[in-house]
Design a protein around this ligand. Structure first.
Ligand code: FMN
Length: 307
């Protein structure tokens, strides 16, 4: 592959701007047998906490029109198992690893960031201040500028890795949160996490998720995500990694035009786990045919006087 797709996100350089989204592509190692994950711009691994977590009671996913609800609750193998067992495999596979981290306090986020700082093969940290499916931390850190910048600063102070802060669409003033995390030292913003939703089985009259509510993702949220990327792009100077319902090249281009410098593919992985690599190929073809780079499209939506 030529380097026409290479993107620079602050201090993070990726071979291409297509990343698989946290929680929708496992730890990446599960895909080793049937695709070359080193061809992805990056893999944002399932959110890692200091200790293993079992997550929420089942059922934890259900289909909804144009998307899905999930209430996984950040079930994960924890820091030690991830670093000892998973990272060596990811290194061997040549994957570009973005570690998505989750803590219940500023101190837990800082501890995780400090420990990952010296782990070989970690390209960047993605700080999840936006999970809607946990009682402590999660979305609560992402809905106020003060707490979002507090977590960002706690992580920034203890790591030299690029810091990506993942925003929640449920913040009232997302551009304001974007500015707050930028001022607190974030290298990039990723957005958006899921929206809290609920679905009820009208026969049993029971919620379709064990945790009652869950996070909505998939094409149903794409116009909301595009709108939010567009708004945050106008408020910040750091790069944005956009996501929300991306399922094909056209969707990726839409996010670039709105202001994203790179994107993540999430729910679409559940219908086709090779979709992100296919999009890399299609994007390369698109850029070569036009003699452009992804960066040439960023923020280039034409809205006349409004922009
Ligand atoms: C089953 C599932 C698990 C997820 N787990 C995480 C997670 O651990 N950390 C995180 O930051 N986001 C998590 N997300 C959110 C996605 O990374 C992404 O932000 C969201 O799904 C929107 O993108 P999409 O519509 O392309 O899926 C999860 C999403 C799904 C569907």
């Amino acid at each position: 592959m030529s380097d026409i797709l290479a993107v620079q996100l602050g201090s993070l350089r990726l071979a291409n701007p297509i990343i698989t989204a946290s929680g929708t592509f496992g730890y990446g190692v599960e895909y080793a047998d049937f695709m070359d994950v080193s061809r992805l711009g990056g893999i944002s691994v399932k959110g890692i906490s200091l200790e293993p977590r079992v997550g929420n009671p089942p059922p934890r996913v259900c289909e909804t029109p144009g998307g899905m609800l999930n209430s996984i609750g950040l079930a994960n193998i924890g820091y030690d198992a991830f670093v000892d067992r998973t990272m060596p495999v990811l290194r061997q596979m040549g994957a570009t690893v973005i570690v998505n981290i989750y803590g219940t306090s500023h101190d837990e986020f800082a501890q995780l960031a400090r420990r990952f700082d010296t782990v070989e093969g970690v390209a960047a940290l993605e700080v999840n201040i936006s999970c809607p499916n946990v009682k402590e931390g999660g979305i609560h850190f992402g809905v106020s500028g003060k707490s979002a910048s507090g977590v960002t600063r706690a992580v920034r102070e203890v790591t030299s890795l690029p810091v990506i802060v993942k925003l929640s669409p449920e913040a009232l003033d997302l551009p304001d949160i974007g500015k707050a995390v930028q001022d607190a030292g974030a290298d990039a913003i990723s957005m958006i996490n899921t929206f809290r939703g609920m679905s009820i089985d009208v026969e049993t009259r029971k919620p379709r998720l064990g945790a009652v509510m869950g996070g909505l993702s998939g094409p149903a949220i794409r116009p909301l995500a595009v709108r939010m990327v567009y708004q945050v792009y106008q408020a910040v100077n750091i790069p944005i990694i956009g996501m929300g319902g991306i399922a094909c090249l056209r969707d990726v281009l839409e996010f670039f035009l709105a202001g994203a410098s790179a994107v993540q593919v999430g729910t679409a992985n559940f219908t086709d786990p090779t979709i992100a690599v296919k999009i890399v190929d299609e994007l390369e073809e698109y850029c070569v045919a036009r003699g452009i780079r992804p960066a040439d499209l960023v923020g280039k939506v034409e809205v006349g006087e409004a922009k």
